[in-house]
Design a protein around this ligand. Structure first.
Ligand code: AMP
Ligand code: TRP
Length: 326
């Protein structure tokens, strides 16, 4: 079975866009791949973090993924900081990365402009990410488009290392969910739904209050011709609502379009709101149950033991090859 690996930043909020564009895909992948999912909390401290909040967010993120259908029996789930080998390998990779090529990372360029006193960690971030991936011989790495350059750098570093020291790392491939549904902002349906939107009236968070969610959908921006039709270019608002309904009910877009062809916009919105609210309510109930149980710790403990064993072997091999032995 091919291995798939991805890291999640414990940034606190998960939108309906993340749920549909990314988590739902991970739930499908878990039946096809040997899936590794970890919380990239060490990446999070490249910028300033409140320690208490960081700790809480890591736990909450695991609980939320489990509540969304990530099966702990089918996935290896772990916390990056639970395994010291990530930072170990990262150092060796840093020493095999050119300063110039790391300096070309667009995320670093963007973030270092935004923060006045940015850390060295912000610069070495991609090499830690390369270590996350190369430690476990991952075949596939699903990431958002903004992270693709980091996976490409990972490939370059791995190839260079293999050439210099002999076959050591598997060369990973990024998977960009381009054919997955893109959910747009409810207030500005030409923009991607995002947790960093200025106006959160257009963004649904998975842990949002259910009544507030219903209101957001009922006041979604549409158009004035009152005809339900899937046409993302001319009718982005209505098309977005049809997409949301389609993904959450597992119906084809054309069947959804057909179902609502005689409905007015109010009726369509009410139906979309029902489906979204039912989905979120069920996730939120499970989320609370999980947080009140020991499941998160049990899952992370298991992941820690398994990944330390795998990573230890890889790092020993690397240290041997590089000459970091007696
Ligand atoms: P982000 O929250 O932007 O870091 O994205 C994390 C993952 O969620 C990426 O794989 C994105 O492709 C996916 N994602 C984020 N927002 C949306 C959206 N509005 N529609 C579909 N997928 C999304
Ligand atoms: N940098 C990724 C992000 O911000 C998170 C991440 C860290 C990651 N390590 C990884 C993703 C390894 C995939 C593989 O989203």
């Amino acid at each position: 079975m091919k291995r798939l690996l991805t890291g999640l930043q414990p940034s606190g909020e998960i939108t309906l866009g993340n749920l549909i564009g990314s988590i739902k895909q991970m739930v499908e992948y878990q039946n096809k791949y040997d899936s590794f999912i970890f919380v990239a909390n060490m990446h999070a401290i490249t910028v300033n973090q409140d320690p208490t909040i960081l700790k809480e967010r890591a736990r909450n993120l695991v609980a939320l993924y489990l509540a969304c259908g990530i099966d702990p029996e089918k996935n290896t789930i772990y916390l990056q900081s639970d395994n010291p080998y990530h930072a170990n390998l990262s150092w060796v990779l840093e020493c095999n990365t050119y300063f110039g090529e790391a300096g070309r990372m667009t995320q670093f360029k963007d973030k270092s402009q935004k923060h006045k006193n940015f850390s060295v960690g912000l610069f070495t971030y991609p090499m830690l990410m390369a270590a996350d991936i190369l430690l476990y011989d991952a075949d596939y790495v699903p990431v958002g488009i903004d992270q693709k350059q980091h996976v490409e750098l990972t490939r370059d570093i791995a190839l260079r290392f293999n050439n210099k020291y002999g076959e050591t790392f598997k060369i990973p491939e990024p998977i960009i969910p381009s054919n997955g549904a893109k959910i747009t902002d409810l207030q500005d349906p030409t923009k991607k739904m995002s947790k960093s939107a200025e106006n959160l009236k257009g963004t649904i968070l998975v842990l949002d209050d259910i009544n507030a969610t219903r209101k957001k959908i009922m006041s979604a921006v549409t158009d004035s011709d009152n005809q339900v039709k899937y046409d993302p270019l001319n009718k982005p608002g209505i098309s977005n609502l049809l997409t949301i309904y389609s993904v959450l009910t597992n119906m084809e877009i054309k069947d959804v379009e057909n179902k609502f062809k005689d409905a007015n916009y109010g009726e369509l919105k009410k139906n979309v709101a029902d489906v979204v609210c039912n989905t979120l309510e069920s996730i939120q109930t499970k989320y609370k149950e999980i947080l009140n149980s020991n499941l998160v710790d049990e899952v992370l403990d298991k992941g820690k033991v398994k990944t330390i064993e795998l990573a230890k072997k890889k790092v020993e091999e690397v240290f041997n090859k590089v000459g970091l032995t007696r």
